[in-house]
Design a binder for this molecule. Structure first.
Ligand code: HEC
Ligand code: HEC
Length: 337
């Protein structure tokens, strides 16, 4: 009996060791222990006019923070943000999310907003994906792109958020389904080194930076279980369903089935008006955000898009949605691919 007991515990012991190694090498311990987070500091970002303006440009234009973090009238034409409620948060309206995902109130309201969060709590959430209360954020909040946000841009964003009028808007909490709630905990990574500005003279690097901060790839790439379908970067087909109906993102690679026929002038016009030579785009393409970008930045974005790999992939929202074997979604003209 005793011997068996000993063997049993030895076996159990090695099983535990194997499991521990297995977890360390695969998903890591974060799903059980919580996200990797650095300690908060008491830094504050100096409020300057230059930062205020740069921050407004990023928050309302380039990165569309206000677009996600504000209540919209999703059934009205153009899905406008509700007046006077800018940046006060919303329950995301997209169908198919793993639970109720709430973009919080970022205005300095003490009770329902970011009034009591420190500058560094905001900074850590934006670039490192750990919320003010230490929770791993659901990565539809594009913190993985914002990792590369320069220190100065980050300071500008925080300075601008602090200048917003406080808006009282009580929202429910985010509730993510099992097991996604645990799996997302291994994504956050602390940032230890300084992140420098990207000079606009290096056009390719600058365009890459803008496209990353603007999040074009997130909407314009098909995903299966939160992962981009490989080989389909910027090739569209990802369907967005909500109160506005269903609309799939466009192929914006330089393939003939994408936007090879665009020139710079047409691109600027599309990004400013939401009209493609008379065809009106769905407001789910957030032109209300990007129309605030400077000509120079839009040109750098267009130049970057021209360097993406052309992908042959038809997406046509005027056709009924059908299965697409290339991007593994259902979208207009899907069966023709
Ligand atoms: C695609 C939509 C989207 C965009 C764009 C977006 N966010 Fe978020 N953000 C979210 C969602 C959703 C959450 C909450 C995630 C959760 O609850 O797990 C969030 C969380 C946050 C938090 C964490 C709050 C806390 O609990 O501590 C901050 C701060 C924040 N966002 C700021 C920003 C800023 C600044 C930008 C622009 C640079 C931005 N967000 C862009 C959707 C977005
Ligand atoms: C929130 C999701 C979302 C984001 C973010 C987004 N798009 Fe779109 N975009 C769409 C959808 C959906 C369509 C299709 C609209 C339609 O067909 O009515 C679209 C259409 C377009 C078109 C029109 C293509 C055509 O001629 O049919 C262009 C160009 C475009 N997007 C470029 C961009 C660029 C560049 C960025 C980043 C700066 C971007 N988009 C970010 C969702 C998005």
């Amino acid at each position: 009996m005793r011997r068996v007991g000993k063997w049993f515990f030895a076996a159990l012991g090695s099983l535990a060791v194997l499991l521990a190694i297995g977890i360390t090498l695969t998903i890591g311990w974060s799903p059980f222990l919580g996200p990797k987070a650095r300690a908060l500091t008491n830094r504050t970002f100096e409020r300057t006019q230059q930062r205020l303006e740069r921050g407004r440009y990023i928050v309302t234009g380039l990165s569309g923070c206000v677009y996600c973090h504000s209540p919209h009238d999703w059934t009205a034409p153009g899905t406008p943000i509700m007046a006077g409620k800018e940046a006060s948060g919303e329950v995301l309206p997209y169908a198919g999310l793993p639970g109720r995902i709430v973009a919080p109130n970022l205005t300095p309201d003490q009770e329902t907003g970011a009034g009591s969060w420190t500058d560094d709590q905001l900074a850590r959430a934006i670039r490192e994906g750990v919320g003010h209360n230490g929770r791993a954020l659901f990565p539809i909040m594009p913190y993985q792109h914002y990792r590369n946000m320069s220190d100065e841009d980050l300071a500008s964003v925080v300075v601008y958020l602090r200048s917003l009028p406080a808006v009282h808007n009580q929202l429910p909490a985010t509730e993510i389904i099992f097991p996604v709630r645990y799996l997302i905990r291994s994504a956050p990574e602390p940032i230890a080194a300084p992140v420098a500005d990207v000079a606009s003279l290096d056009r390719f690097k600058y365009g890459t930076y803008l496209v990353e901060q603007a999040g074009c790839i997130d909407c314009h790439t098909a995903q299966v279980r939160g992962q981009n379908v490989s080989g389909m970067d910027f090739a569209g087909g990802f369907p967005f369903t909500g109160p506005w109906g269903t609309v799939a993102s466009a192929n914006i690679t330089p393939d003939p089935s994408g936007i090879s026929y665009y020139d710079e002038a047409l691109f600027l016009n599309v990004m400013r008006t939401g009209l493609v030579t008379g065809r009106k785009l769905s407001p789910i393409m957030p032109v209300m955000v990007y129309k605030n970008l400077t000509d120079d930045d839009l040109k750098a974005i267009f130049a970057f898009l021209r360097t993406t790999k052309p992908v042959k992939h038809r997406v046509d929202n005027s056709e009924a949605p059908t299965e697409c074997k290339l991007c593994k979604q259902k979208h207009g003209s899907g069966s023709e691919n």
